[in-house]
Design a protein around this ligand. Structure first.
Ligand SMILES: Cc1ncc(COP(=O)(O)O)c(C=O)c1O
Length: 423
């Protein structure tokens, strides 16, 4: 059994060259996966090969190289469609990241909002799922309201969003609900399916920020019934600068274009322009076509990590990591964890954000860096949530399916060493 576990883990890790690298002369322990993931060799080879053998602009030219490039771009779109079980290619829009995907919806969907209308968001939101809505609200006089967490309500310390308040908050003034699938701070999986059903019962469309959800959960947008689902390629082993927006056809059809430019038009005159059909209506200008095309090998790698014998072994390993980390952090009375599943009925993914009393998170991160451990410190683009825990910065260790229990153990040892140096 142990042999099989090590065989699978070393096979998986062997496919991701960065994981056997060094940092400050020490073996790298990369635990900043919620920020971005390391890339498997299939993606690296693909990017290099595409730059050499199929680098031509997409959707524009009549020559073979351009056809090849367009084919790779559209094959990636089809791969994304199947990966999230979207009904058609028109539902998959390539953007430059989760942030752009959410801005696209906030800007274009919210143009019909007016004074008195409400946009509902969650207390565990990333800045990318807060600020675009504030900008939209400022433009049209609407109001952004927040479903608080138990901490914000003074009813607990888990960081769980108080969804029991939904019945009261989902009034007929609410025009859109923006959810977080998995918080990049607490690692808690929100029951998005149930919440979407409640919102739909009142005719309210729902956007889901899936930047972390796409990595840790199997996503089926039709089963979830979300109206929009946003995520980034770089967090799921693909290239940076590429995002995905899934949207339901009837909503995307009604929304005006987000940006104007080449490729998103049908005909242009100085008097009037008509727009290309979906999805190109929302893809103005030259897209990051090679980066987007890398989603095909990236999502194949994600499937390899998720499914079959490898998937089962990595899920078990993830379970061991979550238990080990939860116990190790809870056993230190100086540690305060932001995001605990116990008693919430929610699932916890391997994202751990915390502080050690009396120790600056940035100082800890710097010492850990010298020991070869890469973790994030600061506000992690979730200032209201971090502040709600009474902190103005924190340390975050976030694991991907290719991380091991041994790495979690090294992390905890190094953390203790760093803490002893600083206290
Ligand atoms: C929950 C969540 N939403 C949105 C984002 C923004 O993603 P990107 O910077 O790739 O646009 C992140 C990135 O950390 C995230 O964790």
């Amino acid at each position: 059994m142990e042999d099989n576990r090590s065989k699978i883990l070393s096979e998986v890790r062997g496919m991701v060259p960065a994981l056997s690298g060094k940092m400050n002369g020490e073996n790298l322990v990369y635990l900043d996966n919620a920020a971005t993931t390391q890339k498997p060799i299939q993606v690296l080879d693909f990017l290099c090969d595409a730059m050499v053998h199929s680098n031509a602009n997409v959707h524009r030219s009549m020559y073979e190289l351009s056809d090849k490039s367009t084919t790779l771009y559209e094959e990636a779109r089809e791969k994304v469609r199947v990966f999230i079980n979207a009904p058609g290619r028109e539902n998959i829009i390539f953007t430059s990241g989760t942030t752009t995907s959410i801005n696209l919806v906030a800007d274009t969907f919210c143009r019909c909002l007016g004074p008195g209308d409400e946009i509902l968001i969650e207390g565990d939101s990333h800045h990318s799922n807060i600020v675009p809505w504030q900008l939209a609200a400022e433009r049209n006089g609407a109001v952004v309201r927040v479903i608080p967490t138990d901490v914000m309500l003074g009813r607990g310390r888990s960081g769980r969003v108080a969804f029991e308040m939904l019945d009261q908050m989902l009034s007929n003034r609410v025009k859109i609900l923006a959810l977080t699938h998995i918080s990049n701070i607490t690692g808690l999986v929100n029951p998005v399916g149930e919440i979407i059903a409640k919102a739909h019962a009142k005719g309210i469309p729902v956007l889901v920020d899936g930047a972390q959800g796409i990595v840790h959960e199997k996503v089926d947008v039709q089963a979830m019934d979300c109206d929009f689902y946003a995520f980034s390629a770089h967090k799921i082993y693909g290239a940076t600068g590429v995002g995905i927006l899934y949207g339901k056809t009837e909503l995307l059809e009604k929304m005006p274009p987000y940006m104007g430019g080449g490729d998103m038009v049908e005909t242009v005159t100085y008097g009037k322009t008509t727009y290309a059909p979906l999805p190109l209506k929302f893809e103005a200008g030259t897209p990051n076509f090679i980066g987007a095309a890398s989603l095909k090998p990236a999502l194949e790698f994600a499937e390899y990590l998720r499914d079959g014998e490898v998937g089962r072994a990595l899920k078990e390993e993830e379970g061991r990591i979550v238990s080990f980390m939860t116990e190790a952090l809870a056993s230190d009375p100086d540690v305060e964890v932001y995001g605990t599943a116990s008693g919430t009925g929610l699932k916890k993914t391997p994202i751990f954000t915390f502080n050690i009393k009396g120790v600056n998170a940035g100082d800890l991160a710097q010492l850990l860096d010298k020991m070869g451990v890469a973790v994030r410190s600061g506000l992690m683009c979730a200032e209201p949530l971090i502040n709600s825990f009474g902190a103005n910065s924190a340390l975050r260790a976030s694991f991907a399916p290719y991380n091991t229990l041994e790495e979690a153990q090294v992390f905890i040892k190094c953390l203790q060493r760093a803490k002893n140096m600083l206290l």
